[in-house]
Design a protein around this ligand. Sequence first.
Ligand code: SF4
Ligand code: SF4
Length: 83
Amino acid sequence: MEKIRIEIDYTKCGESGKVDPRDCCKCLRACDPAVFIMHETLGVEQDPIDPQLWRITPVWNSLCTKCMKCVEVCPEKAIRVWW
Ligand code: SF4
Ligand code: SF4
């Protein structure tokens, strides 16, 4: 089966970016098979209890239909999908 790769640029959206994904969520709403989750970056960043640190992560890549809606709706061009 073809492996679908989905990458989020966290320098654009997430803990290092100017967008807090909680204020946007467009990729989450656009993706019919619900490939993404939004979650706190617990344990990844310097301050694990800072509630401001959230990110989007693609977790169920195998469900991706390659529709590219997430790429199209992302105002920061932070999402890459390829295969
Ligand atoms: S390409 Fe489509 S199905 Fe795949 S993650 Fe993006 S919105 Fe979801
Ligand atoms: S659409 Fe882009 S900017 Fe908005 S939450 Fe998703 S990755 Fe972040």
